[in-house]
Design a protein around this ligand. Structure first.
Ligand SMILES: Cc1cc2nc3c(=O)[nH]c(=O)nc-3n(C[C@H](O)[C@H](O)[C@H](O)COP(=O)(O)OP(=O)(O)OC[C@H]3O[C@@H](n4cnc5c(N)ncnc54)[C@H](O)[C@@H]3O)c2cc1C
Length: 401
């Protein structure tokens, strides 16, 4: 057995032991606050068991293993429905970037330990009303103020900000230069005076995204991550870390097997829906799509094993998988007739077709919208000419808004 497979088997055994305390059944019907509290206990147990910070250096408190070990663990963990969603962004991007750029190393080490144990949570404050897909269009200002900085502006769609202790933020320090050049990256204390978090209610009833307002928020120069004016590069570095995450060819919705079970139970024209040619063809299309995505994942794993970086073909995963999940969820709701509209706020997106369908549109926007992923595929995979960029090189304060 390879080292990774051996690790996967150990992870599977540990997760199976934890499932009754922290898994899907233990979480059913809990309020967000209680689920988060359970999640914090799970994270502490995961840290104690040696499954936290798997691919992070031992000196910083990680396990010193490879990206392959991390992806193997995440793949196993996903199957149990553990309460990890609150910590995904925190440990996925802000904390790894803090490890890279944080100035006070002892402080960083303490933050890493607390974040791995779920005691502290970090958010990612990138998107704004005027800067989403085009991150460099953002308008939040960081102005020099004595030896430190003063932050003013607004972010939006910040996941879990209402539960966060810290965040990483990109802000404009110089509007007189081209939009990519006048940005600087910081960490910010979410409990500092002048920070206001307002949750946004989504269609499914949950409020995990927020507006965040900054009104004269003071930051020291020690909070700066990277050079003044180098914020766009640090932001790109942050987004690149996402390459090493477990993907799910079901688009983080229900597995195809659940659709097949449903089609067996429900009758169309007095016969099981599974015998209907249109349903069979939807199943076949979904199966073919999943097999294709799984082949791309398998290839990325092989590249990582060989010490190479997975390529831009990863952009296909979310684009194709979430769109297919949305279509399959819609078909499952249609098959159920009126019952398909019954919406349970505690339902799991990976089990309920209604919850999956309600949540799918956010999946087509978060982490890069469909159109932006299509642009990436066009430019990076197919080698087509670049998207039209009329404001390239123009000083930010001269771009019409
Ligand atoms: C559930 C959820 C969680 C999120 N969590 C976070 C978070 O924690 N932190 C954070 O910073 N952000 C977060 N976001 C924000 C997310 O990153 C942005 O919504 C996303 O980048 C799109 O930006 P936008 O909403 O400003 O849309 P816009 O960029 O304004 O896009 C509007 C429309 O125009 C299209 N479009 C834009 N540019 C192009 C182009 N060049 N070519 C063709 N079409 C284009 C888009 O596809 C879209 O359909 C989250 C979003 C969601 C939905």
């Amino acid at each position: 057995m390879s080292d990774v497979e051996d690790f996967r088997a150990r992870a599977r055994a540990w997760l199976a032991e934890q499932a009754t305390t922290y898994g899907k059944e233990a979480r059913r019907g809990l309020s967000v606050e209680d689920d988060l509290a359970l999640g914090r206990r799970y994270m502490a147990a995961r840290h104690d068991a040696g499954f936290a910070g798997i691919n992070w250096a031992v000196e910083i408190g990680g396990q010193g293993l490879t990206n392959l070990h991390k992806v193997a663990f995440e793949g196993e963990e996903m199957a149990w429905g553990m309460p990890v969603v609150y910590f995904g962004i925190s440990l996925g991007m802000p904390v790894p970037i803090l490890i890279h750029y944080g100035q006070d190393r002892d402080w960083v080490k303490e933050r890493v330990r607390k974040a791995l144990r779920g005691e502290e949570i970090w958010c990612q404050l990138f998107s704004e009303p005027s800067g989403g897909s085009d991150l460099a269009a953002l308008r939040t200002k960081a102005e020099q103020d004595g030896n430190g900085w003063k932050l003013n502006g607004q972010k939006v769609w910040t996941s879990w900000a209402q539960y966060c202790d810290y965040g990483v933020i990109v802000a404009r320090n110089d509007p007189n230069v081209a939009k990519h050049k006048g940005l600087t990256y910081f960490w910010v204390d979410m409990k500092a005076p002048g920070v206001e978090v307002r949750p946004i209610k989504l269609a499914g009833g949950d409020s995990h995204v927020n507006e965040v307002f900054f009104d004269d928020v003071k930051m020291t120069d020690e909070q700066r991550m990277g050079a003044v004016g180098g914020g766009f590069g640090v932001a790109l570095h942050t987004l690149m870390i996402e390459r090493y995450i477990a993907t799910d060819s079901a688009g983080f919705g229900p597995h195809l097997d659940l659709f097949i079970d449903l089609a067996r139970e429900i009758e169309v024209n007095e016969k099981p829906a599974l015998e209907d040619g249109r349903i069979r063809s939807a199943i076949a299309r979904n199966y073919a799509m999943r097999s294709g995505l799984e082949a791309i994942t398998a290839r990325a794993m092989k590249m990582m094993e060989a010490g190479m970086q997975p390529g831009p073909e990863g952009s296909l995963q979310k684009l194709v998988a979430v769109r297919s999940r949305q279509r399959l969820s819609e078909l499952a709701i249609d098959l159920q007739g009126n019952a398909g509209f019954a919406s349970d706020p505690h339902a799991f997106v990976k089990e309920s077709w209604t919850a999956s369908w309600l949540n799918a549109p956010t999946g087509r926007i978060a982490g890069g919208s469909d159109e932006v992923l299509l642009n990436t595929i066009a430019e990076k995979i197919l080698g087509l000419p670049q998207d039209h960029r009329p404001d390239k090189g123009v000083p930010f304060n001269q771009i019409p808004a």
